[in-house]
Design a protein. Sequence first.
Length: 234
Amino acid sequence: MNSENQMETRDFFTSVNSRQVPASIWLPKDSNTPRPVVLVGHGGSGHKRSQLVLDIVQALIPHQIGVVAIDGPVHGSRRNVFADGPIVRQEFRDLWATGQSVDPMVEDWQSCIDYICQLPEINPQQIGWYGISMGTAYGIPLVAKETRIKAAALGMWGTCREPALRLKIDAAKMQIPVLFQEKEQDEIFTHEGQVDLYQCIQSQNKIYRSYSGGHTDPKDEQLNDIVHFLVQHL
C-alpha cells in the first residue's frame, strides 16, 4: 500500500527565546491510540522535508510510527531565501566550527518535543531519534540530555571533525540503545574518527555497522537496518 494514503502531514512552529523553530510532522491516519514517533535530524545540506526525511517517513508510517523533523540552524525555513546543497553545507560547517550552535539546537529540539508530547496522537513514552551526519552532530548532545528519547540511530560523523570534545563528553552520557552506522568509502569522515566516537558511547546496548559507499543518504540495507532498529526499540 502506498504510504502516502496512510498518513497526514502538517507544519508547525515552536518558539525558543527569540528563535522560531520550523517543524514538520507526519502521522499515521486514523490512529485510535497514541503512536510512537521518531525525531529526525537531517543532514548538513538538507532541510526538514529533504529526501532523507521523506525516506524514513515512507518506511515508518506503515509501522504506525510518526515522524517529526525541524530545520537545522541555517537550513530550510530559517533562511530568508530557501537554499540547499553545497552552499548550505558550507554555512553549517562554518557554524559548527564555532562550537556555538549545539546548545541552541538542543533547546530547539526540546521545545519541539514538549509540543508533540501534548498531541493526542503521540505516545510520549515511545520517542526515538534518527540522524546521520549533521543529525549525529546535534543528535548526540540532545540524546545525552533528553530522557524522553528511548533509542537512537546515529552515524556518519566522527571525532576527526573539530570541535569534537563536546560530542565525546555527551556520548559518554548515553545509556539508551544505539545503532551507529558508517560508510566504508566516506570521503568526509575517517573510519578511525567514527570508531572513536562510537567507543565513547557508554550504552550497554549498542551496535556498529558498516556499509559500502560514500557519504550519501541511507538507502536499501542501511535504511532497512535503521527502520528495523527503531521499530524493535519503540
